[in-house]
Structures are given as structure tokens and as C-alpha cells.
Design a protein around this ligand. Structure first.
Ligand code: BES
Ligand code: MN
Ligand code: MN
Length: 454
């Protein structure tokens, strides 16, 4: 028996090749053609949990299973930590734009390139390896642990809230720890103070029963393409503010402390613009880029569909048009309220001559951190020990809808420490995760248990 740190030194190369095995399984939750792969990933994870020293099971849900691992050896007097992550991934599309295939992990320039390397298999796996470092080196952890891995995060976690409710007593914990986000910059560990929520819609516009000749009918019959364009245009004011009536009513004005914190971060605006590659940055007037990303809500077209989009010109009056539109939400907005506001806005702004329908797809509530000073200090110490730099508090523009449900159902605070880097290409071609963060992150998470118990 040795100490966990010595164990890590020997085991890190093996951890890397094991992660590669995990990344090779195309557990694409959205695509039913990959249902067997998704199940295989769950089974593979269960076996690795058992090997690490957890009692683990695959629990079926209506769609993709949950993998649940537990170690209760610290006893009822010790704290219990619930670790959450997801083993499902986004589709690899567009596959042609990957430098190396999405499910054939490859290291280039110190980065692991593969779908799921950052979001979230790599980070979920780090937690398991930190647990293993304790259990396989000295046979114990200073805290009880529950490791919950879901397979439906990328499709909106449709079965996880019922699961957490049903298993509420077994999942009882003093804190929920999640690594499914990014650090502020290389070498700069980060702890989240917020996540944005989400409200996702389809706006469907219908006109004539079928497409029409635009010469014979254009001008006398409403055009759903034109109508949708005017609805989409009505969603914003010229200064970038969202124009949906009442949209900002529930938006929290963050305290000066957080705004100062954001202003104090060494954000490289030019580097951000370069990486994005757009002609210039744009957004809501009166706010900085980081504020726009972290503490202000948005409304964005995600996709548009109408009429003829093939080669050359085709004179046609489309019979229908559709836009996928999503709003990123901030505390204290709710997806339900924003859906009501969106519906009435679209009704009010629908031009004459078409019928309009707003369909709600998935949503998720925004989150703000509830960690107390003690938990924050424990997390800060373990990150600083491993990365050699004290963590900064950051916001996150993306969403992890289950976080708020965990806090409500389990009555425990969530601690979000992510290890990916900005520009990690989550959901995009060439997703990557730094080898350095994989290794230092495992070390930090290994220390976390001592810090929590101490
Ligand atoms: N891990 C991401 C959330 C995230 C994104 C964190 C970017 C940090 C940076 C998560 O897997 C995700 O993709 N969430 C979805 C929401 C979900 C309902 C599909 C999102 O934010 O779009
Ligand atoms: Mn994720
Ligand atoms: Mn994701």
C-alpha cells in the first residue's frame, strides 16, 4: 500500500489508454442507431467502477441507463460526496471536418482529440481515477462517495429528474461535485459561480397548403419565409437587447462583488475574437463580453428552414418556414415563464396571412452557486496544490440543467470545477482535452477527498 499520489505516478499512462478505450465507444445519445453503443459505454463504465473499488450497477431508464457506483466505507459519521458526470456525447457531425476521426482518439500537441474528451467522458473519468487512487493505494477514502453517470445529458436529461427523485435517499449527500465545464485559461484553475439555463423552441409558420409559383401567387398570398424573417427580426432591438416583452423582468442584477470579480479577470478580448474568427464581436449594449456570456440572457436562432436552398434560382413561394430558437437564461428566469413570453411575443408579431405555432423543446433552469466558504476553501486548496495557482471564480454560458434539480431534491450544494479549456470544441469537430489538465485534474480531485474530510 502506498499513498494516492505515488499511485498516480505509476498509473497515469494506464489511465490515458483506458480513457482512449472509453472514447472509442460512440455513445451518441441523440442517435438511436447508437443505442447499443451507449449501453456498451454504460457497461464498460460499470466494470471500471468495480475495478476502482466501487460497488456499481447499471440502472435502466426509459432510454439510456444510469451508471451508479458507491463506496460507503467511511461510515455514517463521515461526509458523503455525490459526483455527477455524463457518458453520452454529441453526434460527431460534420464528420468530414475532423482532422482525425471523432471516435479514434489521438494526441497532438499535448491534446487528446476525440468526441467526448472534454464533454464529458474525460472529466467524468478523472473523478473515477481519483477515487481509484485512494481505494487502490490505501484501501479507503476519507469520505463516502456516490458516482452517478448519466447517458442522456446531451438530449436534455429526460429521465434523470425522476431517477434522482426515486433514488433520493440513496443519493443523499453533503455536496454534489461536477466537472463538465472549462477553466478560465491554461494553468488557471476555476470554480463556477453560475451556469446559464435554456429555453429551446421551434417557431413554425404555415401559409398555403403547398408551395406556389411566386409569379402566379407572389404578392397576393402571404410568404411564410418573409413572415418568419419578420418574427425573427422582432426578437431584438437594434442595441442587441432582447425585445420579447417582459424578458428581463426576472433577470438578477448581480452584486458588485461578482461584477468586480468578472472585471478583474485577465480576459484577452483580442484573442477571443481571433479564435472566433468573426469580423467583430457583438451583443447587448452596456455589457462586456464576459458579462454577455455569463450573466446576461440571450435569444438566438439555431437553425432556419424554408423554401428552395439548392443550386441556382427557383421561383417559388414556400408554404412553410421553421426556425429553431433558443434563449440562454440567467437567474432568476425560468424556462416556463420565458416560454409564455415567447408565445405571446410571437403571436403579437405574426404577420397577417400565416398561421404560427411555437413548440417548446427542452429547457433547463439557470444556476448560481450556493457553496459555503468552507467547501469553497477546500476546493481552492486542492486545485492550488495541484495546479500551483489559486482558482478564480468564473461564470459559464453553457447549461447543465440537472444541477438545480440536484440541489433542490438532495438539499446539497453543487460544486462545479471544470478542467477543459476555452476553445475545446465541445459539440464541434476536433473536440480536445489537454493531457496536462487530465493529469493535474486527477491529482486535484484526489486531494479533494482529504480536503473535504479535513
Ligand atoms: N458540458 C456542457 C455544458 C457546457 C458547455 C459547459 C460549454 C461549459 C462550456 C453540457 O454537456 C451541454 O452541452 N449542455 C447543453 C444543454 C443541454 C440541455 C443539451 C448546452 O449547454 O447546450
Ligand atoms: Mn457536458
Ligand atoms: Mn455537451
Amino acid at each position: 500500500m502506498s499513498d494516492p499520489r505515488a499511485y498516480l505516478e505509476d498509473a497515469l499512462p494506464r489511465f490515458r489508454s483506458e480513457l482512449f478505450e472509453f472514447l472509442r465507444i460512440p455513445s451518441v445519445s441523440a442517435d438511436s442507431e447508437h443505442d447499443a453503443d451507449t449501453r456498451r459505454a454504460a457497461g464498460w463504465l460499470r466494470e471500471r467502477m468495480e475495478e476502482a473499488g466501487l460497488a456499481a450497477e447499471v440502472v435502466d431508464t426509459a432510454r439510456h441507463p444510469v451508471v451508479l457506483g458507491e463506496w460507503r466505507g467511511a461510515g455514517p459519521g463521515a461526509p458523503t460526496v455525490l459526483i455527477y458526470g455524463h457518458y453520452d456525447v454529441q453526434p460527431p457531425d460534420p464528420v468530414g471536418l475532423w482532422t482525425s476521426p471523432a471516435f479514434e482518439p489521438e494526441i497532438r500537441d499535448g491534446r487528446i482529440y476525440a468526441r467526448g474528451s472534454a464533454d464529458d467522458k474525460g472529466q467524468l473519468y478523472m473523478h473515477l481515477k481519483a477515487i481509484e487512487a485512494h481505494l487502490q493505494s490505501h484501501g479507503a477514502l476519507p469520505a463516502n462517495v456516490i458516482l452517478l453517470a448519466e447517458g442522456e445529458e446531451e438530449i436534455g436529461s429526460p429521465n434523470l429528474v425522476p431517477f434522482v427523485r426515486e433514488y433520493r435517499e440513496r443519493l443523499a449527500a453533503d455536496a454534489v461535485v461536477i466537472s463538465d465545464s472549462a477553466m478560465f485559461a491554461p494553468g488557471q484553475p476555476s470554480i463556477l459561480f453560475s451556469l446559464r439555463g435554456l429555453a429551446y423552441f421551434e417557431i413554425r409558420v404555415r401559409g398555403a397548403v403547398s408551395d406556389l409559383h411566386s409569379g402566379s401567387y407572389g404578392g397576393a398570398v402571404a410568404n411564410p419565409g418573409n413572415a418568419l424573417a419578420s418574427i425573427v427580426a422582432s426578437l431584438h432591438h437594434a442595441d442587441g437587447r432582447v425585445a420579447i416583452e417582459g424578458f428581463y423582468d426576472d433577470v438578477l442584477a448581480w452584486d458588485a462583488e461578482i461584477r468586480d470579480q468578472i472585471r478583474g479577470l485577465p480576459f484577452d478580448e483580442g484573442g477571443f475574437l481571433d479564435a472566433v474568427g468573426a469580423p467583430e464581436l457583438a451583443g447587448e449594449a452596456g455589457y462586456s463580453t464576459l458579462e454577455r456570456l455569463w450573466i446576461r440572457p440571450t435569444c438566438d436562432v439555431n437553425g432556419l428552414l424554408s423554401g428552395y436552398t439548392g443550386e441556382g434560382a427557383k421561383t417559388v413561394l414556400p408554404s412553410a418556414a421553421m426556425a429553431k430558437v433558443s434563449c440562454r437564461l440567467v437567474p432568476e428566469q425560468t424556462p416556463e415563464r420565458v416560454a409564455e413570453l415567447m408565445r405571446s411575443h410571437v403571436e403579437r408579431h405574426a404577420p397577417a396571412g400565416v398561421s404560427v405555432e411555437v413548440v417548446e423543446l427542452h429547457g433547463g433552469r439557470p444556476w448560481r452557486s450556493n457553496v459555503d466558504g468552507q467547501l469553497l476553501a477546500a476546493a481552492s486548496r486542492c486545485l492550488e496544490r495541484s495546479f500551483g495557482a489559486a482558482p478564480v471564480l468564473v461564470g459559464e454560458g453553457g447549461s447543465i440543467p440537472i444541477v438545480v434539480d440536484f440541489e433542490e431534491i438532495l438539499e446539497a450544494p453543487a460544486l462545479l470545477i471544470g478542467f477543459a479549456l476555452p476553445g475545446a470544441n465541445m459539440h464541434a469537430p476536433d473536440e480536445w482535452f489537454p493531457v496536462e489538465n487530465f493529469e493535474k485534474g486527477i491529482e486535484a480531485l484526489t486531494y479533494l477527498y482529504d480536503e473535504l474530510a479535513g
